[in-house]
Structure formats: structure tokens, C-alpha cells
Design a protein around this ligand. Structure first.
Ligand code: GAL
Length: 358
């Protein structure tokens, strides 16, 4: 075949193939279209809005808890936003804040009630608008929590903290007989009570006292004061107690660390040398609390795991709002997550302090 004829034939074949291909184009386009339509558009990642309402943002334990919660949120910034409200100890204010959060479209709300006996308005509102609520730290009664299946509680068992505090105090009394300064075989004590009607106040005191009595110690109560979990209030109250009872105070049983630290402030302020201080025990294991244990100013404290509570709350929020499975924490009765307390003494206080700071 001559070159000219081969070229003519090739060109003819190319045109035929081209024509055939061109003919297939509509089919090709139709298939493409079908594929594109059949494949669902990728859902854009859902971003949820989480509202948090605290009873008092200046409460040391609560502010540490919120800081931890915030740390968890930072790692999932693209999936959630948060708004934080401080009720400044007014239930009325908190009710309004929750209403606003619902109006602003919050998908989940975490509430640290001001008055744990008055959650009705919040529950009614949340239920009406279908917004689940995770209550934390200030425990509402079971009856209220069971009023709707989308209400939860994250916290701890108050009695356990009292028991552990009693153990620390009893062990310290046994190891240091000089705690019984007047040698009358009885420990004269005062109680710094957190707050009227708070589950962690009444129960902690009761279990601390009973644990000490069960350990065989004799106790004599000199008095008790209410200091609302607050360091400054405790300092003022303890100064007055020092004026009243002087060296007779052998043990200060405080419902939390901040008030125990207030007691220490009072002894320092009164310029009373360390050897004359009573045994002081706290609860919470806050950063300043752990430091006071390390410095030997406090005999011990009980670790109230606010990091664990924040992480549990976060996992629960993700489960509710983002439909994620719960992995580390388990809901008891479909409602409760409770973190255990732990004893903190000079021997292990550093470990707890580090846990807080990392
Ligand atoms: C307790 C804690 C206190 C205070 C209180 C507020 O669990 O020990 O320090 O934070 O909660 O409700």
C-alpha cells in the first residue's frame, strides 16, 4: 500500500472512531450525571451550641471544673461553640439565663443550679423546647431528675468525701497525740459548713464525725459556722472563733478547701505560731488546697475530681449533641455519672497537684 493510501485510510478510521466516540458522549454524560446524583452530598460537619450556667463563677472548685471543660472543648472547636453564664448566686437570674440559652438555639445545656431544690422552671422550659440538660455539682432530688428522660446529673457521692475526711482526721489524731492539746482524751472541734441545704455540706460533716467516732476517737463540738464555701467568709468567722475559744480549738473540719484556707489565713492574720494551730482538714484538692497540704498547713484534703467531672460532662454532651458513643463513662440508671473521691495527704498531694496542672 502506498504511503498516501495508508494515510487516507488512517484518517478515515480516525474520523470513524471520532464519530463513534462523539456518538457515545450523551451516554457518557448521562452516566456521569447519574453517578453524581446518586452519590449523596457529604453532610457538612454539624456544629452544636452548648450553654453552661454556673451558680457562682468565683467558686474555686467550679472555676477549675469549667477550665477543664473548656480544655476539652478547645480540642473539638470545629464541632461546638459554648456560652457561659454566671448566675451570681441568684436562681431567678439563672432561670432567665437558661431561657436565653434556649432562645439562642443551644442544643445542650449544662446547669450548676443555684438552688438545687428549685429546678422546676428550668426543667419545664427545657422539656417544652426539647433541649436536654446536664445538671452538675449541685444535685437535684431524684424525683426532679426523673421528670424527663433527657435530664442527667454529673457529680460525686457526698458521703464518701465525709468518710475519707474523717479517716484523714482520725489517722492524723492517732499519729500526732499532741492534737489533743489539753490532753483531756477528747478532740474539741469546729465545723466550717459550706451552705444551707447543699448535699455536700450536711452529709460531709455527718460522715466525717461518724467516721472519727467509729475509729474510736472522742469528740466534742465547740461550734459551727456557715461560710458559703468562701475563703474570706471563713477567715472572718474563724477569727471570731479564735477570739472566743482560743487554744481550745483542736480540729477544724471544713466542708471544702477554700474555707480551710480561710481558717489558715485567720491563724496567720492573728499571728499565731504554727505549733499552736489546730489540725485542719479540707475537701476538694483544689490547686491552693493541695499546696497547703504539701506545705503542711493542712493535714489533708479529699480529692473531688473536678477534672473527671468535666470530662464526663463533656463526653455526655458529645453523646447527646453529636450522637457519639460513651466510651470512658457510664450512665447509672441512664441518668447519673458519679466520680469517686480520693484521700490526699502529704505523701500524694504532689501527684494530685500535677494532675490539675496538666
Ligand atoms: C462542692 C465543692 C465546694 C463548692 C460546692 C459548690 O462540691 O466541694 O467547694 O464548690 O461544691 O456547689
Amino acid at each position: 500500500m502506498s504511503v498516501g493510501r495508508r494515510e487516507a485510510l488512517d484518517s478515515c478510521r480516525r474520523t470513524e472512531a471520532g464519530r463513534a466516540l462523539f456518538g457515545l458522549l450523551p451516554v457518557f454524560l448521562a452516566v456521569l450525571c447519574l453517578l453524581a446524583c446518586g452519590k449523596k452530598a457529604e453532610p457538612s460537619p454539624r456544629k452544636i451550641k452548648v450553654g453552661i450556667a454556673v451558680y457562682d463563677q468565683y467558686d474555686t472548685f467550679i472555676s477549675e471544673l469549667i477550665q477543664c471543660f473548656d480544655g476539652c472543648v478547645q480540642k473539638r472547636r470545629e464541632e461546638m461553640t459554648t456560652v457561659l453564664f454566671n448566675a451570681a448566686k441568684s436562681q431567678q437570674t439563672q432561670d432567665k439565663q437558661v431561657r436565653q440559652m434556649i432562645e439562642d438555639g443551644c442544643d445542650v445545656i449544662c446547669v450548676n443550679l443555684v438552688d438545687r431544690t428549685a429546678p422546676t422552671k428550668i426543667i419545664d422550659l427545657a422539656k417544652k423546647h426539647g433541649v436536654p440538660v446536664v445538671f452538675f455539682n449541685r444535685e437535684l432530688v431524684e424525683e426532679d431528675l426523673f421528670r424527663w428522660d433527657r435530664l442527667y446529673y454529673v457529680g460525686a457521692d457526698a458521703f464518701q468525701s465525709g468518710m475519707l475526711q474523717g479517716k484523714i482526721a482520725a489517722e492524723s489524731c492517732r499519729e500526732n497525740p499532741q492534737v489533743d492539746r489539753n490532753g483531756d482524751g477528747s478532740i474539741q472541734y469546729v465545723v466550717l459548713e459550706g451552705e444551707v441545704g447543699h448535699q455536700d455540706a450536711i452529709v460531709r460533716t455527718e460522715y466525717c464525725v461518724n467516721t472519727m467516732l467509729n475509729a474510736g476517737l472522742h469528740l466534742e463540738k465547740l461550734g459551727y459556722v456557715l461560710a458559703n464555701w468562701n475563703r474570706l467568709q471563713a477567715q472572718t468567722q474563724v477569727s471570731q472563733m479564735i477570739a472566743r475559744y482560743g487554744d481550745r480549738i483542736e480540729l477544724i473540719m471544713s466542708n471544702n478547701d477554700d474555707m480551710a484556707l480561710g481558717a489558715i489565713d485567720a491563724y496567720k492574720e492573728e499571728k499565731i505560731e504554727r505549733e499552736r494551730w489546730p489540725l485542719i482538714v479540707g475537701i476538694d484538692g483544689t490547686v491552693p488546697g493541695c499546696r497547703a497540704v504539701i506545705d503542711g498547713e493542712m493535714a489533708g484534703t479529699v480529692y473531688n475530681d473536678n477534672r473527671g467531672q468535666a470530662e464526663a460532662m463533656f463526653e455526655l454532651v458529645c453523646a447527646i449533641g453529636l450522637q457519639e458513643p460513651m466510651e470512658r463513662y457510664r450512665l447509672i440508671n441512664g441518668k447519673y455519672i458519679r466520680l469517686p473521691y480520693q484521700k490526699v495527704t502529704k505523701e500524694n498531694a504532689e501527684t494530685y497537684l500535677n494532675r490539675k496542672q496538666h
